[in-house]
Every structure is written in structure tokens, then in C-alpha cells.
Design a protein around this ligand. Structure first.
Ligand code: C2E
Ligand code: CA
Ligand code: CA
Length: 884
């Protein structure tokens, strides 16, 4: 012993071999791997003082004494040191972190009778400086200086361990002095090998290590591939973890120094210092990413980020800091890192996270490896391969398990992805079906299933934009009349069925019209759109208006045929409104509006199709202005009433006068009643107009009286008047006020006006008839009312429409119609008036046919009251009915 201080220091510095193992358990398994491996290399000694010539490998602890320098000593100094300063070496020489120089004295006593060639191995590759002195009989015979701070070429034998060949002569003694000084752990596992045994063991070790490196490399490559294909960061961090384990192990084994940079010993030093914190950094990042802590456990995530940050700083600092400080800092950091890893794994495991299960098992496997090594070192486990190599095996299994866990996670995420895809697809299908149903519901009429107005308009619009050039298009609006009655008599359910049947028939008929626009091909071609209630629409194209109207003939004729329903034969009355558009400039919504306007005024039309013209539009500026002016004209009495005589053919007397309104507009001149009466009907002005006409007509009647003329006055009333509940009372009041007998007043109603609201019309007309007012059906033949219905109306006379009369003298067809109508009406007991008689031939013809009364330009044009009275003075026709 040099002095007491040295000895006490020596004792305190010598840490038991398991100290490192405990530290290894506590520290991250990676640094644990490093530290535990060091302990592994120390093997228990077998007592045998002399050299055993037959043993392949002989530990040297029993032959070794140890001395720690308190100041640098030379070989000379050491050889003079008193024997008492030498201490026998412990079973395994592990001095911990001790940077002082350590002297080892090994007595090699060859008692055998043969020369022995042996290899002295120091199986710890990280010792900085090793001085080797071979002394025989007090003489230095060989000196070698090596260590991992010197280039690899300084070694007498190329091996990861430090190996020195020794020649031991028969029956001789040799002393070997070793001076070892190192910044890291001072671990000196000494053994004496037979040459062949050493190389066999060494190459065996190389094989196992290479296998281990290979596994790690394959793992890294596989996960790198996974990372490149799915771009998930966990895989990348895993690759970094595996590679840093690989680098760490290769450095610890001295493998990389021997094969990768044998000339640069400093690299080995710094790489080891760097790789430990760096692997901690990658482990923290991996753990956070793998356990998906950012999304679910933000505090754990932050913890790992902080640890990773510190590890990163440490890794960089390791390149500059002194060796001793750097290693201590790395080891200190390893504690929180490993604790965090274990705690996070367990915490998440408790929460039942599948990822954490794999994660924790992976860490556990490494710890098991460590534990196995510890137990082996305690002699509690037999010295078998699995136990001896517990830590590299544990690390490999950990790497494998991480790898499996990642693959499993990959699978699960793929599965989840495909499930999500499937769900998405299903949801998409459902959505599409719903959308289709919604689309159908929103674009088709719920009852008839025909395209609705919106769909019709959009189809027509896009057809017009894409379609080939058309000269003329026409939109038709078919309105079924008196459907209310059907509702009332059959009930809504049957009425709905009837409407559906009518719609189907309409569609079939429309499909027969040339130039029809097909709206939908599937499920069956539909040309008709169901606009609303009992209104339907369709589109035709053609070259001329005439051609288009002609093309609708199959439809109008077909619709006129009665429909069979519930065993009944029903006549379905209808009106058609029509609006034309030139070229491709088709705006279906305005065409539809125009067709509605035309339809509204159908009772002013002759025939079934009411064709729109701009004057009809109630919202045209001219019309709005006219209505204001009409109101004003009524107020200021600026209207006139003209009278046109009617002649009773048989008695050749003046039977009556038809009152026809005239409006001389100050700016527009004479506005024909055909134009302003429909407007007055729409604006409600018709009420005061009719009242004004009746008053004037009755006044005229009184003027007739003065000329001793008992002719009647006919006043045209409109459908609107028939809907006024007090209309009859008002008429009677006016008759009374003007002292005119009810029989002198004839009210003319067009057949379509009478049909517009049959129930109401019938009531009003019956009341009038009861009050002895005479009633006349005007424009007979142009509507589509059935005579059977007319027959229910309490009317006295029928006026055959002038369109049949005017040309009957040279139109056989017209003549036949007039004759048939005449006979039929006579048979039913009506008096018949023929209006529009423009020539003598017609008069004669009508006379021959037995027509009762004629009216027309041939007799006289409508005249102002004075002119009419003057005409009465000069006319050949008798003024009075002279009873026979
Ligand atoms: P309407 O009731 O059919 O009247 C007969 C129309 O035929 C009158 O046209 C008359 O001038 C015309 N007319 C008479 N004889 C002949 C003839 O030989 N040949 C031809 N081509 N035409 C003839 P106006 O006065 O222009 O009246 C047109 C329509 O206006 C009337 O048709 C009637 O529906 C309506 N209207 C006229 N005045 C009134 C009125 O005071 N109240 C109502 N509500 N409507 C009226
Ligand atoms: Ca009339
Ligand atoms: Ca008429």
C-alpha cells in the first residue's frame, strides 16, 4: 500500500459489478445495454495459480495484483514499490469511473515442461491507454503501448479486444505489468488464451454480433421502406432508434473502430458520447409518435418533447464537452427518459390502449434481458447462451416487437382506412339515393309523377341553348275545366285517380304531336309537365304558327273524346293557352306566364286555343295605363254606347238593339272593347262598366219608347258579373229606377262565361230569369260546352257566332253548321239569333232556314244612340210588334 489515502480511495472507487447492472436497469435500456455489457464481459475467475498448459482460456484474477497511482509512476518506480502496496485484484476488475492510472501486476508461472504460446486478452475495447511491460528476471524485455485513444495499427493483434501474444518458456516465470488509464469505466477483464481457442471464440463472437447487427439493419431497412411508402413519422423515428442502437453496439464492441475508422480513434470516443443522448432523443420522439400522444395525451407528449430537446442539446454538447462530464450527463438524462418511457407505457396500458401494450412489452423484453444477466451474474441462472446474451437479445426482441407493433399499427390503420373508405362509399351511395329521391320529389309532381314546372323550365332552357336552330317554338298550357265538380261528386281520391289518368292520356297524345319536345326519356318518355293543379304544359317547334297549331290536333281532338273512368263516360272539358317564341330565344318561364295570360282570356277566343299577344299582358305598361284611363273615363263619363239593331225576320220588325261599348281614348284613339273589356275583367273595373252600360242601355230603351218602339236592348255581361252574388238584385234595381220592364232587357252571356263557374252561373241566371230578364247565349259554337249543359241554363235565345254566319253564303261547311245549330236550338225551344250578317244572300239563306232574328252590318253598323234613333225613323223595318 502506497499510503492510506490511496487505499481508501481505491476501495471507494471499486464498485461491485452489479452496480452497473442496477444503473442499467434504471437507465434507458440502451445505455443499460452499454453498461450491462461491460459487466457481462467480466467473467468469474477460477483459482489456478500456475499456468495450466491444457486450459483453453484461463482468467487471471488470481495471478493479478493491483495498484492505483496517486501520482504518475514509471515502470522503474513500480518495480521498487513495496510488496504491501499491491492489492490482490478482485474477482472481476471493475473500477468504475476512475481516471487515475492503474497498475496491474500479473505473475505468469509456467511450471510445465513445455514452452507455451499464449494470448493475453483485455476484453474491454474502450480503455484509453494501455501500457504493457514484459519483465523477465528483473529485465524489461518487451513494451507495447496501445488503447482506443491510439490508432488501431498500434495493436499487436488486430482484434476488437486488446490482445498481446506471450511466449512462456518451460518452467519459467514472467511478470507482466499493465498500466491502464481511461476516462470511461475502468473495466479490465483479463484472460489468458490458447491461440486457437481464442480465435475460435473471437470468430464465434463476431458471428453472433454480426447477426445482431444484421437483424437491426434489416429492421431499419424494412421500416424505412414502410416510412417511405406511408410517410408516418413513427416509422422514421423507429429507424433512427434502431440505427442508433446499432451504432452504439458497434462502438461498444469496438467493431466500428476496427472496421470503419481504424486510423481515427477520436471518432470512436466522440461517437459514443454522441450516440447515447442521440438515441434517447430518438426514443422520446418515437414514443410520442408511436403512442400518438399529441392527439390524446398532450401532457405526455410535452414531457417527451422536453426530454427529446434536452437529449438533443446534450448530443450536440457531447461533441465539445470533456469526456467525463459528457458521459455523466448522458447517464443522468437516461434516468428520466427511461422512467418516462415506462410510465407512459404503463399509464396508457391501464387506459387500455393497444399501442401501449406492444410498446410496454417491447420495453419489458429488454428489461427481462437485463434481469437475466443480473441473475446470471448472481449465479441464480445457469450460464447458457440466452442468459449470457440477455441484453443484446432483449434489445433485438425489443426492436422486433417495436417493428411488429408498427406493422400491427400499420395494419390497423390500413384496416381503419379501408373501413372508412367502405363506410364512405356506402354513405355516398345512400346520399346519392337520397339525392335522387329528393331530386325526383323536387322535380316531379307528387301525384302524376310528371316533370314539374321547375324541371320543365330547366330542360327547355338547356335544350334551347344546346339544340339545333329552330324557327319557332310554342308553349302550350292545357287547363282542365270543372275539375272542382269532379272533386265534389267523386271525392278527392277518385278525382286524383282521374287526374292521373287524364295526365297519362295527355302525355300519350302529346307524344303523337309532330315537333314535340321530349322532357324525359326514362322511365317512359314524357312530353307533358304538370305545372300545378289541373294545368299541364308542353312545347312544340315548327316553321310557322299555323303548322304548330295544326300539329297539336291529335292532342286537342284526342282530349275532346270522353274518358272512361269507373265505368262512367266522362267528358273532360279543357282550355289551351299558347305562347310563341321566335328562334332559340326561349324563356320558358315567361312563355308559361304568357300562356297563362292567354288561357285567362280564353272566353274571348273563338276556338280551343287562346294565343297570347302582348296586349293581353295585364302587366304591360300600356295596359296599366289604359286601366287608369278607363277608371277616369268611367268617372268623367267619357265612354259611349253604340247600338246595333236586330231584325225579326218573320215579322220584319226591329226586334232589338245590341249595346256595344265604345271608348274614344284621347291619345290612343278608339280602343276596341275586345282589348279593354278583358282588362276590366281582370282589374275588377268590369263591375262599374257593366253597371254603366246597363244604365245607358235602359236610358236608350226609354228613348225607343218615345219613338213607340218596343225593341229590346241586349247588354253583354261577363263571367265576372255572374259571380257577383247581388248581380240580379242590382239589375232589378236599375230596371226599377229607370222604369223599364224586365222583358225589355236581354243579357248576353258567352257560353264559356256561363261555363266558367257553372254552379254560380246557374244560380245568378235562374234569379235573373225569375225576374223576367231575358237571357241569351252569345258566340254559340265557339266554346266547347255541351248542349246538354246549356240546356240546364234558363236562357231564352242562342246567338250563333258570327264566325259561322259571315261566310255561310259561300261556305258550305259554315252553312251546314248554322243550319244544324238552328234546327237543334229550335227543337230545344230557343229563339235563334244570327249575328254577323253582312250581305243579302246570308239574310235570304237565314230566312229560308227559319232563323228568328238577324244582326249585322248588312242591316246596320253599331251606331251612337242619336244615330240609332235617327236610323229607326228612316228604316224600312217596322218599329213595333203588331200582334196579329
Ligand atoms: P259580341 O258580343 O259578339 O259583339 C258583336 C261584335 O260583332 C261587335 O264588335 C260588333 O261591332 C261586331 N259586328 C256586328 N255586326 C257585324 C258584322 O256583320 N260583321 C262583323 N265582322 N262584325 C260585326 P265590337 O263592338 O267590337 O265588340 C266586340 C266584343 O266586345 C263583343 O262581341 C263583346 O263580347 C264585347 N263587348 C262589346 N261591348 C261590351 C259591353 O258593353 N260589355 C261587355 N261585357 N262586353 C262588350
Ligand atoms: Ca254580344
Ligand atoms: Ca257575339
Amino acid at each position: 500500500m502506497l499510503n492510506g489515502k490511496t487505499v481508501s480511495q481505491h476501495q471507494s472507487c471499486i464498485r461491485p459489478w452489479w452496480h452497473n447492472i442496477i444503473v442499467g436497469v434504471l437507465l434507458t435500456p440502451v445505455s443499460g445495454v452499454a453498461l450491462i455489457l461491460l459487466s457481462l464481459l467480466t467473467l468469474p475467475a477460477i483459482a489456478a495459480q500456475p499456468i495450466n498448459p491444457t486450459s483453453a482460456q484461463q482468467p487471471l484474477t488470481l495471478q493479478t495484483d493491483i495498484l492505483i497511482e496517486s501520482q504518475p509512476l514509471t515502470l522503474k518506480d513500480i518495480m521498487q514499490v513495496p510488496e504491501s502496496d499491491w492489492q490482490p485484484a478482485p474477482e472481476d476488475i471493475n473500477q468504475g469511473y476512475d481516471s487515475r492510472g492503474h497498475w496491474f501486476r500479473i505473475q505468469l508461472d509456467n511450471k510445465s515442461g513445455q514452452n507455451l504460446d499464449r494470448l493475453l486478452e483485455i476484453a474491454y475495447p474502450l480503455l484509453d491507454f494501455i501500457e504493457f511491460y514484459e519483465v523477465s528476471r528483473g529485465q524489461l524485455i518487451r513494451k507495447i503501448i496501445t488503447g482506443d485513444e491510439l490508432p488501431f495499427s498500434a495493436r499487436p493483434i488486430a482484434n476488437t479486444s486488446f490482445v498481446i501474444p506471450l511466449a512462456l518458456d518451460a518452467a519459467s516465470t514472467k511478470t507482466v505489468y499493465l498500466r491502464i488509464q481511461t476516462q470511461g469505466t475502468l473495466l479490465v477483464p483479463l484472460a489468458l488464451w490458447q491461440d486457437t481457442a481464442f480465435w475460435a471464440a473471437s470468430s464465434q463472437q463476431t458471428v453472433w454480433r454480426s447477426m445482431f447487427y444484421g437483424i437491426l439493419l434489416v429492421m431499419a431497412a424494412f421500416n424505412l421502406f414502410l416510412f417511405l411508402s406511408i410517410r408516418e413519422r413513427a416509422y422514421f423515428y423507429y429507424v433512427v432508434v434502431v440505427l442508433s442502437i446499432l451504432v452504439l453496439m458497434m462502438s461498444l464492441h469496438g467493431f466500428s473502430f476496427q472496421y470503419l475508422y481504424p486510423a481515427w480513434p477520436r471518432i470512436n470516443d466522440r461517437l459514443l458520447l454522441f450516440i447515447v443522448p442521440f438515441s434517447q432523443l430518438s426514443l422520446c420522439l418515437f414514443a410520442s409518435e408511436f403512442l400518438m400522444l399529441k392527439k390524446r395525451h398532450i401532457y405526455w407528449h410535452r414531457t417527451f418533447l422536453i426530454l427529446a430537446g434536452v437529449a438533443g442539446v446534450m448530443a450536440i454538447a457531447s461533441l465539445f464537452l470533456p469526456y467525463a462530464l459528457s458521459t455523466r450527463a448522458s447517464v443522468a438524462l437516461a434516468l428520466p427518459v427511461s422512467l418516462a418511457n415506462l410510465a407512459a407505457g404503463v399509464a396508457l396500458l391501464i387506459q387500455g390502449e393497444k399501442n401501449a401494450r406492444f410498446f410496454s412489452v417491447a420495453w419489458m423484453s429488454l428489461l427481462l434481458g437485463v434481469l437475466a444477466t443480473v441473475l446470471h451474474q448472481f449465479g441464480l441462472l445457469p450460464s447458457v447462451f440466452i442468459v449470457e446474451n440477455g441484453i443484446p437479445l432483449g434489445a433485438s426482441i425489443q426492436a422486433l416487437l417495436f417493428s411488429f407493433a408498427l406493422a400491427d399499427r400499420y395494419n390497423r390503420s390500413k384496416e381503419a382506412y379501408f373501413r372508412a373508405k367502405e363506410n364512405q362509399l356506402e354513405a355516398l351511395k345512400r346520399q346519392q339515393a337520397t339525392e335522387a329521391a329528393l331530386y325526383r320529389a323536387s322535380s316531379h309532381h307528387e301525384l302524376t309523377g310528371l316533370p314539374n314546372r321547375a324541371l320543365f323550365e330547366s330542360i327547355i332552357k338547356s335544350d334551347a341553348q344546346q339544340g339545333e336552330k329552330t324557327k319557332l317554338s310554342a308553349l302550350f298550357l292545357v287547363h282542365l275545366l270543372h275539375f272542382d265538380d269532379v272533386n265534389k261528386t267523386l271525392g278527392h281520391e277518385y278525382a286524383d285517380q282521374l287526374l292521373t289518368q287524364c295526365a297519362r292520356r295527355l302525355n300519350t297524345l302529346a307524344n303523337q304531336c309532330a315537333g314535340i319536345a321530349i322532357l324525359e326519356e326514362a322511365p317512359e318518355p314524357s312530353a307533358i309537365a304538370h305545372v300545378e293543379g289541373v294545368s299541364f304544359t308542353f312545347m312544340l317547334t315548327g316553321d310557322t304558327r299555323k303548322e304548330i297549331i295544326e300539329a297539336t290536333r291529335p292532342l286537342t281532338e284526342g282530349l275532346s273524346n270522353p274518358i272512361e273512368f269507373l265505368g262512367l263516360t266522362l267528358e273532360q272539358q279543357f282550355v289551351v293557352g299558347c305562347s310563341f317564341a321566335e328562334g332559340n330565344d326561349v324563356a320558358p318561364s315567361s312563355l308559361l306566364r304568357e300562356a297563362f295570360i292567354a288561357f285567362d282570356q280564353h272566353h274571348h277566343f273563338h276556338g280551343q286555343i287562346a294565343i297570347y299577344h302582348p296586349e293581353m299582358n295585364p302587366y304591360s305598361p300600356r295596359r296599366l295605363m289604359l286601366m287608369t284611363d278607363l277608371r277616369e273615363a268611367l268617372r268623367t263619363d267619357n265612354l259611349a254606347l253604340h247600338f246595333q239593331p236586330q231584325i225579326h225576320l218573320q215579322s220584319r220588325r226591329v226586334a232589338g238593339f245590341e249595346a256595344l261599348i265604345r271608348w274614344q281614348h284621347p291619345e290612343h284613339g278608339l280602343v276596341p272593347p275586345d282589348e279593354f273589356i278583358p282588362m276590366a275583367e281582370q282589374t275588377g273595373l268590369i263591375k262599374p262598366v257593366t253597371r254603366w252600360v246597363i244604365v245607358r242601355a235602359l236610358q236608350f230603351c226609354k228613348s225607343l219608347d218615345q219613338l213607340e218602339c218596343d225593341a229590346t236592348v241586349s247588354v253583354n255581361i261577363s263571367a265576372i258579373n255572374l259571380r257577383e252574388p247581388d248581380f240580379c238584385a242590382e239589375v232589378c234595381e236599375l230596371l226599377n229606377a229607370n222604369h223599364v220592364a224586365a222583358q225589355r232587357l236581354v243579357l248576353e252571356v258567352t257560353e264559356s262565361a256561363a261555363m266558367a263557374d257553372p254552379a254560380h252561373s246557374l244560380a245568378v241566371l235562374s234569379a235573373l230569369r225569375k225576374a223576367h230578364v231575358r237571357l241569351s247565349i252569345d258566340d254559340f259554337g265557339t266554346g266547347h260546352s255541351s248542349l246538354s249543359y246549356i240546356r240546364k241554363l234558363p236562357v231564352n235565345e242562342i246567338k250563333i257566332d258570327r264566325s259561322f254566319v259571315t261566310e255561310m253564303s259561300h261556305n258550305q261547311g259554315d252553312e251546314t253548321i248554322v243550319r244544324t245549330t238552328l234546327n237543334m236550338c229550335h227543337d230545344l225551344g230557343y229563339e235563334v239569333v244570327a249575328e254577323g250578317v253582312e250581305n243579302a244572300e246570308t239574310q235570304t239563306l237565314l230566312s229560308e232556314m227559319g232563323c228568328d232574328v238577324i244582326q249585322g252590318y248588312h242591316i246596320a253598323r253599331p251606331m251612337a244612340p242619336d244615330a240609332a234613333l235617327a236610323w229607326l225613323e228612316v228604316t224600312e223595318w217596322a218599329r213595333r210588334h203588331i200582334p196579329d
